[in-house]
Design a protein around this ligand. Structure first.
Ligand code: SF4
Length: 952
């Protein structure tokens, strides 16, 4: 049975999406209104949707065949980046060039501009043959065996625009190397043609097949033949035909060419070639000479012509600005002949520079911030795109690698030629498996939450032969990487034998350690948990998509060793824990609270801070009454807690404020029974004054750990007019300053009105799945100074000071597994929208209904988006009622009541309720729901603090 990707590929060929793209561009169609198969098909034209980027942006991956680029092409790419994108250009490990940040309306124009200079980006993604690259200095070096540039173009001509060869079971990587030294890179391609001189002086190609990085990495198999240069295109075609004919299309994770190689073996390929080529290939048993070093591509390199030079430039982590690329274009014409090369080490080179111009060219490059004198750290580090732009990334990479380099310099760690490659996920675009030190981004789940880190691999690349690296440590925190790298370098320098490379030393050591362990039978595969739907996946790496809820890879976290049992027993304990004992509700396990620091817990819908002092447990309100900082995160000493934001101090044993006085927080009685902490919250009432509703606890141990609130300024990116009196203020969070954890939380916004600083809370309406922006959807209150101020004064580009995220009213996928009923009135839809968007983005199958009440049709906020979500997701239903309908209104009429809920919700008792709206609305509805038998602990209501006048 074909997988779903093959189904939509069969429905419409990827190349056929172009007329749609042109229409989408003309209409400015938002990304969220384009169906996913069409977004995927755009990769056949080199345009990649970027959900992480500001909404509606695309990346353009441009094919740079044979790594050859002209000055005019470089300039055109620079201008596309400047005029249409974010102004940055990335060189990749396939010597492609990527431009980030294009809007839908730019795509036809970008394709046209590329065509003007003889470039295209066709078939650079999905199940296509990617950029065919040569050695970057092909055709230039005196000792090269054969110039492979034209062969790269001939192979590319075979498949670009071919409907046949752009419908493969999976992607395919092809390269040709005409030099006599072949770097590790060539052992992980699907097809590598490696130049070889026979004993009788002829030059042909040895062939490696089926190599892969990424999940299930594998070094290539050697095909024992010599392919003559005139046969390269035929052999490529025959192998593509083989892949098309026999490659599996059933499972995406077992469809790469390497799996076919495993199935049919080298013998099967030879037989196919014999049957499908008009001639027999010359047998050649000898394998390619193993790589002895990485390609050295930075510095000055003499060309075959004794007066000409290659200037190999370091491009740290492959990223340059449009100005740098345009500058290089000018430089190449000024000092060379207008030709450049991209390199598979994420670099660039300017070629054909006469000896007399070397200094001038290097000086001009330096003026652009590019150098031929990179230190070992700069020349030996590679990082993929990472979570800044990549949809499936698990962690950020380029920024983290730069920080790592800085820390290693501060520690004076000498790397010499040791290479560090950092990939943001198992796909291994940075080739971490063939680096001396490979870093793979992962998320790791502990009982109290999830954190990001890196699995560390050592001994990859060149260790006598080309090798895949072996695991050394898993889940290392980013800030521990410098110490770890210092440690492994120091051990190598102290202990290695003469002639042992770093990779050889570690490979032998780790292999010996492996051999000393118990047999393979005892090996337990890691367990990955989808944090959206709790699906569990046992494998070395998380899947790209969750098979249950279609959530992206980044929602998977690996359970730390031993946590499976711990968590299972925790769940059992949780099930066995009484929710309430004599009016005291369960708050946390006693073991979770130490003497040194506080713990924030959610009990009966109320956030509390727990402290242990002199053996006793104390509970007070979680938030400082000044500006809402979480008190449990403050310094705790001698029974006194200091607010982490402004230093207000409180007696944690009584809730009394110490400095300044007169700001007491509530204190709650506690009990510790059987290793569990219980808190008396039976009188807890809603802030808006509703009747008290006792609710059972939300055990902190089962929930997702909340992000620590921050106080930051974010630029205002856009103001979106939602209805006549509601606007969304979109704040730019591309630098990730504001942590987004769970949907439904709020942020405090600071404004100065008539010289007085005021903080006012507003719910975040965007989803944590789009962390690059923070949306605050605000209704104008004509009497309210803050909303009026924002409506009148806020301008795009200005910065807004915000604190957060805050609040206990939020959807937590780890705790809220019931069908969701999201009930909102008026602007109360904002947290519901965040929850709905969150679940929609992750493809969640959790049933959910949004029941929304507004005054008139024109007052309905997010109407179209909710309807679209309902169309796209069977698990989501949307019901909007208006109390003052006009003649054309066809939906429910009247105020939002429990009767309307009864009509809309199939089984009232099954659901978890989130209510947000005016206080009287929430209290009435909550009371009616409890009277109808809905357990009170499954009704959550939004609550905001009163505005606070800021202190100077
Ligand atoms: Fe994205 Fe993963 Fe490739 Fe990095 S390795 S660019 S995170 S797919």
């Amino acid at each position: 049975m074909a997988n779903p990707v093959e189904v939509w590929k069969a429905e419409k060929h990827g190349l056929d999406v172009w007329p749609n793209v042109v229409n989408y561009a003309a209409a400015g169609t938002p990304m969220k209104q384009i169906d996913t198969p069409d977004l995927e098909r755009m990769k056949w034209h080199g345009f990649f949707y970027r959900k992480r980027d500001a909404e509606g942006r695309y990346m353009n991956r441009i094919r740079v065949t044979a790594s050859q680029m002209t000055a005019a092409q470089a300039r055109q790419i620079a201008f596309i980046a400047y005029e249409m994108g974010h102004g940055i250009v990335d060189v990749t490990t396939r010597a492609n060039v990527q431009v980030q940040g294009l809007k839908i309306e730019h795509l036809p124009k970008a394709a046209e501009r590329l065509a003007q200079v003889g470039l295209n980006s066709k078939q650079t993604g999905h199940d296509n043959i990617r950029n065919v690259f040569a050695h970057p200095f092909s055709g230039l070096l005196a000792d090269e065996l054969i110039d492979t540039c034209q062969l790269c173009h001939d192979v590319t001509d075979l498949f670009v625009d071919s409907r046949e060869y752009s419908d493969l079971p999976r992607k395919m990587n092809i390269c040709l190397n005409g030099t006599s030294h072949h770097s590790a890179h060539f052992w992980t391609q699907d097809i590598s043609f490696l130049a070889h001189r026979t004993d009788d002086g002829r030059v042909g190609f040895q062939v490696l097949l089926g190599g892969t990085q990424g999940q299930n990495p594998h070094l290539a198999w050697h095909l024992p033949v010599l392919v003559h240069p005139t046969q390269v295109v035929d052999v490529t075609r025959a192998i593509l035909d083989l892949f098309r004919a026999k490659g599996s299309r059933e499972k995406r994770n077992a469809a790469r060419f390497r799996f076919l190689m495993e199935e049919i073996g080298v013998g099967g390929v030879l037989q196919w070639l014999e049957e499908n080529l008009p001639y027999r290939l010359e047998p050649l048993v000898g394998e390619p000479i193993p790589a002895s070093s990485h390609d050295e591509l930075i510095g000055w390199f003499p060309q075959r012509d004794p007066d000409l030079w290659i200037m190999g430039l370091s491009v740290p982590l492959g990223r340059l600005t449009w100005r740098q690329l345009e500058g290089l274009s000018i430089l190449s014409k000024k000092w060379g002949d207008g030709q450049l090369r991209t390199t598979h080490e994420q670099g660039l080179a300017v070629i054909n520079i006469p000896t007399a111009f070397k200094n001038a060219a290097a000086t001009d490059a330096a003026a652009l911030g590019l150098s031929i004198h990179a230190d070992p750290l700069e020349r030996n580090t590679v990082a993929c795109t990472g979570s800044q732009f990549c949809n499936i990334a698990v962690v950020e990479t380029k920024g983290r690698m730069l920080q790592l380099m800085q820390k290693l310099r501060q520690r004076n760690v000498k790397l010499h030629d040791v290479r560090i490659h950092m990939s943001g996920c198992p796909s291994s675009c940075a080739q971490h498996f063939t680096a001396d030190i490979g870093l793979k981004g992962v998320r790791v789940r502990r009982l109290l939450g999830t954190r990001e880190g890196f699995d560390v691999f050592l001994g990859g690349g060149i260790a006598g032969q080309v090798h895949m690296a072996l695991p050394y440590r898993t889940g290392v925190d980013t800030d521990q990487l410098p110490a770890l790298i210092e440690e492994v370098m120091a051990e190598y320098y102290l202990r290695h034998q003469a002639g042992q490379t770093f990779s050889t030393y570690w490979r032998e050591k780790l292999q010996a350690e492996e051999a000393g362990k118990v047999g393979d039978d005892d090996y337990q595969l890691p367990v990955w948990v989808c944090e959206t739907c709790d699906y569990r996946h046992e494998a070395e790496d998380p899947p790209v998509f969750c098979p249950q809820c279609a959530g992206l890879r980044r929602y998977f976290a690996r359970l730390e060793d031993g946590v499976v049992e711990d968590e299972e027993s925790a769940r059992e304990q949780e099930a066995a824990t009484p929710a309430e004992i004599d009016g005291f509700a369960f708050a946390a396990s006693d073991a979770a609270l130490t003497e040194d620091e506080g713990l924030t817990v959610s009990v009966a819908g109320r956030d509390l801070a727990l402290f242990r002092h002199e053996g006793s447990v104390h509970a007070i309100d979680a938030e400082c009454p000044h500006e809402g900082a979480m008190l449990a995160e403050g310094e705790f000493k001698d029974g006194v807690v200091t607010c982490p934001w402004h230093g207000w101090t409180f007696n944690a044993c009584s809730g009394c404020s110490i400095e300044p006085a007169g700001n007491d927080v509530r204190h709650y009685a506690t009990r510790v029974v059987d290793g569990k902490i219980y808190v008396a919250v039976e009188n807890a009432v809603h802030n808006t004054g509703g009747a008290g509703r006792p609710r059972a606890a939300s055990p902190a141990t089962g929930g997702t750990k909340r992000a620590r609130a921050v106080d930051v300024s974010l630029p205002l990116l856009e103001v979106i007019h939602e209805t006549p009196d509601v606007r969304t203020f979109r704040l730019d969070n591309r630098e990730g300053k504001f942590p987004l954890d769970l949907p439904g939380r709020f942020a405090n916004v600071y404004v100065e009105v008539d010289g007085v600083g005021v903080w006012r809370p507003f719910t975040i309406s965007s989803s944590p799945t789009t962390p690059e922006h923070v949306d605050l959807t605000i209704k104008l209150n004509p009497e309210g100074s803050v909303s009026r101020h924002l409506f009148e004064q806020a301008r795009v580009g200005m910065s807004l000071r915000v604190k957060g995220p805050q609040g206990g009213f939020c959807f937590d996928p780890a705790r809220h597994r019931e069908p969701l009923v999201l009930v909102a009135a008026g602007s109360g839809i904002t947290p519901m929208m965040s929850i709905a968007r969150y679940l929609h983005a992750g493809g969640s199958q959790q049933p959910r209904i949004m029941v929304y009440g507004a005054r008139t049709e024109s007052d309905i906020i997010f109407h179209e988006e909710c309807r679209k979500m309902q169309q796209d997701a069977a698990a989501f239903r949307y019901v909007a009622a208006v109390s003052r309908p006009n003649n054309g209104w066809q939906g429910p009429q009247g105020r939002l009541t429990s009767q309307l809920l009864r009509d809309a919700v199939q089984d009232l008792h099954e659901g978890r309720y989130f209510l947000c709206g005016p206080g009287d609305f929430m209290d009435t509805l909550a009371r009616e729901l409890t009277e109808l038998g809905v357990p009170a602990e499954r009704i959550q209501t939004e609550q905001f603090q009163s505005p606070v006048v800021a202190k100077a």
